[in-house]
Design a protein around this ligand. Structure first.
Ligand code: R5P
Length: 284
């Protein structure tokens, strides 16, 4: 039985079709004071798959409610977009490692036999915070294959910072293209600085790969710099289209030709589905 949380209803439905499994009927509501309510109306099976991304605090509470309802069942949990993954360590003394706090809260409702699946989680070290087996699924090949169909001319793959270099390198292999990275410094939540770097982009189509697009500042700054260096067209690929506020407009204003993203978050831009990736992992 598949239980789709409110943040992952479409993905849960696609998964149910691929796995030919029953999709539970659920009721999600918000009380006048802002508290949320979850009820699974269908009688639960012994084996359940819960799928719920956690882009907002409210989605975290929904997830904890679903786990609470499924207590005592064999639970496989899929969190396609793991919110707070960028708070994965202490950057300044006195801070919480919120990615760990969330994992602990989730873990509390799982048994040792449970499985947790994340997708391109920003910091893979987060997997260690779960006491049951936790896996990080990689959507890079799905995005790279979709990029292939765009008939790129003399492509080069660029990572906007060192953190996304592994993704970019693996995409470059799929695209049979060279790979490079930029040096990014985050100045504040919304401001970043990309150090000027002469990349070999002249007259080439550039694919910039990253795990998350949030404010769009990273991708927009990289795009502006690479176009100034003579790049032909810029294509963006990201697993998690968080896309805060007018991020998409910012990206297209900077000159990108297209943005490709997956459906770990329920956004229209997420045309590359990770449902097959999740289905494969669950079958194994
Ligand atoms: C951070 O290291 C991530 O990999 C992304 O580069 C970052 O989250 C993008 O954020 P924004 O779109 O706000 O620049």
């Amino acid at each position: 039985m598949i239980i789709g949380g409110p943040a992952s209803q479409l993905l849960a439905s696609k998964l149910a079709v691929i796995l030919n499994q029953y999709l539970a009927l659920c009721d999600y509501r918000i009380f006048p004071d802002g508290e949320v309510y979850s009820r699974i109306i269908t009688e639960l099976d012994e084996n359940v798959i819960i799928i719920q991304s956690t882009p907002t605090d409210r989605d975290i509470i929904y997830l904890l409610q679903l786990l609470d309802i499924c207590q005592g069942k064999n639970v496989s949990l899929v969190i396609p977009y793991y919110g707070y993954s960028r708070q994965d360590k202490i950057f300044k003394g006195g801070e919480a490692v919120t990615a760990r706090a969330l994992a602990k809260a989730v873990d509390h409702s799982l048994s040792n036999d449970s499985r947790v699946y994340l997708i391109n989680v920003h910091a893979p070290s987060i997997l260690n915070y779960f006491s049951c087996r936790a896996e990080n699924l990689d959507a890079t090949p799905l995005l790279a294959n979709a990029m292939k169909s765009l008939c790129l001319q003399n492509p080069i793959v660029i990572s906007p910072d060192k953190g996304a270099m592994a993704m970019a390198q693996s995409a470059a292999i799929y695209l049979d293209a060279p790979c490079d990275y930029l040096q990014k410094t985050r100045l504040s939540d919304t401001d970043i600085l990309i150090a000027p770097k002469e990349a070999d982009v002249k007259s080439r189509d550039v694919v910039i790969f990253d795990d998350i697009i949030s404010t769009g500042e990273t991708m927009a700054s990289a795009t502006t710099m690479l176009l100034n260096q003579g790049a032909n067209r810029i294509f963006l690929a990201a697993v998690h289209p968080v896309l805060i506020g007018s991020a998409l407009i910012k990206l297209y204003r900077s000159g990108v030709s297209s943005v490709l993203a997956t459906d770990t978050l329920d956004k229209a831009i997420g045309t590359i589905s990770v449902s097959t990736l999740i289905a494969q992992a669950l079958k194994q």
